[in-house]
Ligand binder design. Structure first.
Ligand SMILES: CC(C)(COP(=O)(O)OP(=O)(O)OC[C@H]1O[C@@H](n2cnc3c(N)ncnc32)[C@H](O)[C@@H]1OP(=O)(O)O)[C@@H](O)C(=O)NCCC(=O)NCCS
Length: 135
């Protein structure tokens, strides 16, 4: 039977993070705990934000977060993240998560979509201006 949710990994893009959830990351039903996925999304999203900010950032907001499909222990998760907005001190990043499961038959499912905002901070943890892009 064809799985309507089945897809492929985004072509030509490199994931910021790839990780496999373990049994310790499961909820009481045996599926992966949403809070664990949120933590990985926050890490993945911070990577392009830190690069763009050329230094430390703090997460100020999770603007949206959709768990489209469940994640299972043993799925190989790929986190794709890209900057979608740069403000004075803030950077907004979209994160998409794909699961490769049942690897003998290569089944790929998009499991999560999120948008997060990070603020560039100085050594006193106060907001600082995002530097211009290097020419
Ligand atoms: C990040 C922090 C230093 C920002 O300081 P602040 O005084 O609240 O910041 P400001 O009100 O000046 O806003 C800074 C930027 O964030 C944006 N922002 C503020 N609230 C926001 C929200 N709810 N959603 C999206 N962006 C938001 C502002 O628009 C501004 O962006 P801009 O400069 O590009 O226009 C401070 O809020 C903080 O330390 N928060 C805790 C961070 C943290 O610990 N995160 C880890 C999770 S526990």
């Amino acid at each position: 039977m064809t799985d309507l949710h089945q897809t492929t990994l985004p072509e030509g893009k490199i994931p910021q993070l790839r990780v496999m959830p373990m049994p310790a990351d499961a909820n009481v039903h045996g599926d992966v705990f949403g809070g664990w996925i949120m933590a990985q999304v926050d890490i993945a999203g911070s990577l392009p934000a830190v690069r763009r900010a050329n230094g430390r950032v703090a997460t100020i907001a999770v603007n949206s977060f959709v768990f489209k499909q469940p994640v299972f222990v043993g799925d190989l998760l790929s986190f794709y993240a890209e900057v979608v907005r740069v403000g004075n001190t803030s950077i907004t990043v979209n994160v998409e998560v794909y699961a490769e499961r049942n690897r003998l038959q290569v089944e790929t499912v998009k499991v999560t979509e999120a948008t997060l905002t990070y603020v560039a901070t100085d050594e006193a943890r106060k907001p600082r201006q995002i530097p211009p892009l290097a020419p």
